[in-house]
Design a protein around this ligand. Structure first.
Ligand code: 5GP
Ligand code: MG
Length: 184
């Protein structure tokens, strides 16, 4: 049986908006000299990236990149392929990768290698969610919205087999009870 709503809310839309505005302020302050190249990992990070871009003062475009790390369901295949449709000009510039959630760390690591090999002058990550309990590859996350426990979430752009992206809140599709997320 696929999971069905109502799903317990882990992080509400209001919490997400508040935290995203804080992150945008930090990012704007850190990039006063030269704006970063914003690259969102599609499709999951689209919603967060657009809210973040809206919260930044400088009207930055959001570029799209794709990674396949998840097959069907909630288990990772362990293999990450980076797919860049349309060339993102990053040479000599600083890339700020926008992620929905960092899990094993494989996607971020693959993206880092991809952009540095294209000549990016810097690479940093802003992620809405971090699931450190699941890390396989160590990664540096410059900006983190919320740290969450090892549980599978959907909503606010994140899906399970293409479903539930449209939900406004981050919700749990696991059976586990909802602990409070830690705010950085
Ligand atoms: P990583 O390469 O860090 O293992 O995987 C990161 C990607 O896996 C995330 O960007 C996201 O697309 C997907 N992912 C990891 N955990 C979850 C989760 O709890 N829910 C959803 N919907 N996707 C997840
Ligand atoms: Mg993602």
């Amino acid at each position: 049986m696929p999971p069905a709503p109502p799903f317990p809310i882990l992080i509400s839309n209001a919490q997400i908006r508040r935290r995203t505005h804080e992150l945008a302020r930090q990012i704007a302050a850190a990039h006063q000299d030269a704006p970063p190249v914003l690259v969102a990992v599609m499709e999951g990070a689209r919603t967060f990236a657009l809210l973040l871009a809206r919260s930044l003062p400088c009207g930055l475009p959001v570029h799209a990149i794709s990674a396949s790390s998840y097959g069907s369901g909630t288990q990772s295949s362990g293999v990450v392929k980076v797919v860049e449709t349309g060339d993102i000009a990053v040479r000599g510039r600083s890339v700020l990768l926008v992620e929905d959630i960092v899990d094993t760390g494989r996607t971020v690591t693959a993206m880092r290698g991809h952009f540095l090999s294209k000549g990016a002058a810097g690479f940093s990550v802003v992620t809405l969610l971090d699931k450190p309990a699941r890390r396989v590859v160590p990664v540096e996350l410059r900006y983190t919205g919320f740290t969450i426990p090892d549980t599978f979430v959907v909503g606010f752009g994140m899906d399970l087999d293409g479903r539930w992206r449209e939900l406004p809140d981050v919700v749990l599709v696991d059976a586990a009870p909802a602990p409070r997320p830690a705010v950085h």
